[in-house]
Design a protein around this ligand. Structure first.
Ligand code: HAM
Length: 425
């Protein structure tokens, strides 16, 4: 026998036992987004490489070393598995003129791909739910995004996710700050690690994001962007903070929060937890007013965020909340001459009435079929033998309580028991 083929490292299967938590998460997220008036957009998984280089930035970890890029066999075009959703969302909005009539509140969900070193909470294929408000300039949308995520944590039953907030100011303020930072790092060049030395000239803000403990004293003492914000960004930031205050959403200012993608300006934020070890950021985003023009559109402000689904699922699964799979209502067991047609018809008739029905497959004795029925978690076994064929009705055996078997017509059973057990199907 040949060796079984394994999944690619960092790309996970979600097994049936894990699926109920994913379904709970997806249902909760969908209902939450509807409550805030966000509409879904579905985007391709593959885009032109250029889209990500132009938007995320050439000197970022993602573009420099994490993208799954390949050449289209037919036309030689460079294509990339999407590492994130914002760039494609903006591309689609421009391509289909969605901003023509004003702002758009959009969301998307699906797999993203980054060739990172896999570890707990960090995968090569992972899932995001992303939210983008395109065409809105005011601080109200920034605040809405943080306030709505705070509600989602409540809906999911998570109470230890903390909001970190910063402002990157305007592009001009950032250029000024960049120059100050380079001067500062030049004074400390001897103490910089190799990565930071390279970054110092290409993308000095990213040095602040260094995870190297040896770099921390230099990073801590670096000049702060918040001290040198342009007036408009400072007002914008104050307004965001005031709105968060009204909503009672606590936050911590983190002047070193710079984000790993280049398209941000003004508000940036991250929701973090200490429960996941090193990969504690479960949701992150901010304002990106320059991206629409960068991708080739007429200038439009924008703001958004994305959450890491695997990380949130891990928190939900770990929170002690019980999320069980929905069991079948009925498991149909059948054996004997002429029972096949009655069994199939019964199963379909019960499904017509909204029942969740498993029809036994694979034959076997009543005894072995009943074992399967029990293991399925079904509430009732419906038993069909030659007697039931003769009388045209079915036998019902409750599987989750001590009660005797009874004979009923299919409709009488559905009326009396299915509605009660399936929560009004
Ligand atoms: P990001 O910070 O790169 O931002 O990713 C957002 C979230 O995705 C992270 O906070 C994390 O929870 C999750 N994530 C990222 N990489 C991985 C990974 N390798 N494995 C598991 N989870 C991961 C963005 O992607 C921006 N597009 C967010 C945004 C939307 N900004 C504005 N709009």
């Amino acid at each position: 026998m040949s060796e079984t083929i394994q999944a690619i490292r960092g790309m996970n299967d979600v097994l049936p036992d894990e699926a109920p938590v994913w379904e709970f998460f997806e249902d909760t997220v969908r209902a939450w987004l509807q409550r805030y008036g966000y509409r879904q957009i579905r985007l391709p998984i593959v885009e032109k490489t250029e889209l990500f280089v132009r938007s995320i930035g050439e000197v970022t970890d993602i573009v420099e070393k994490e993208m799954y890029t390949f050449t289209d066999r037919l036309n030689g075009e460079s294509l990339t598995l999407r590492p994130e959703g914002t760039a494609a969302c903006v591309r689609a909005a421009l391509q289909h003129n969605l901003l023509y009539g004003g702002g758009q509140r959009l969301w998307y969900a699906g797999p993203m791909f980054r060739h990172e070193r896999p570890q707990k909470g960090r995968y090569r294929q992972f899932h995001q739910v992303g939210v983008e408000a395109l065409g809105y300039a005011g601080p109200d949308v920034d605040a809405e995004h943080m306030i709505m995520t705070a509600r989602l944590w409540r809906d999911l039953g998570l109470d230890d996710v903390v909001l970190e907030l910063n402002s990157l100011g305007s592009a001009e303020a950032r250029t000024r700050y960049r120059a100050r930072l380079v001067q500062y790092f030049e004074r400390h060049a001897a103490d910089l690690d190799e990565d930071s030395k390279r970054r110092m000239t290409t993308n000095p803000l990213r040095v602040l994001d260094s995870k190297n403990p040896a770099m921390q004293p230099i990073v801590e003492a670096a000049p702060q962007l918040l001290d040198d914000l342009d007036t408009e960004s400072a007002t914008h930031f104050d307004d965001v903070r005031r709105l968060l205050g009204h909503a009672g959403v606590p936050y911590r200012i983190n002047p070193r929060l710079v984000r790993g993608l280049d398209y941000y300006n003004r508000t940036v934020f991250e929701w973090v937890t200490t429960r996941l070890g090193a990969q504690g950021t479960v949701c992150a985003g901010g304002r990106y007013d320059g991206l629409v023009t960068q991708i080739g559109g007429k200038a439009a402000p924008a703001c958004g965020f994305a959450m890491g689904v695997e990380r949130l699922i891990a928190l939900v699964a770990d929170s002690g909340r019980r999320i069980d799979a929905v069991p079948p209502d009925v498991y149909v067991v059948w054996s004997g001459n002429g029972t096949e047609a009655h069994a199939w018809k019964t199963a379909e008739a019960l499904r017509d009435r909204g029942g969740r029905v498993v029809l036994h497959a694979g034959g076997g004795s009543f005894k072995s079929q009943m074992k399967r029925a029990d293991a399925s978690g079904a509430v009732y076994a419906v038993v069909i033998g030659e007697d039931e064929v003769a009388s045209g009705d079915i036998s019902i055996k409750p599987l989750r309580e001590e009660a005797s078997q009874q004979r009923l017509g299919v409709e009488a059973f559905a009326d009396r028991y299915l509605k009660k057990n399936s929560g009004g199907i």
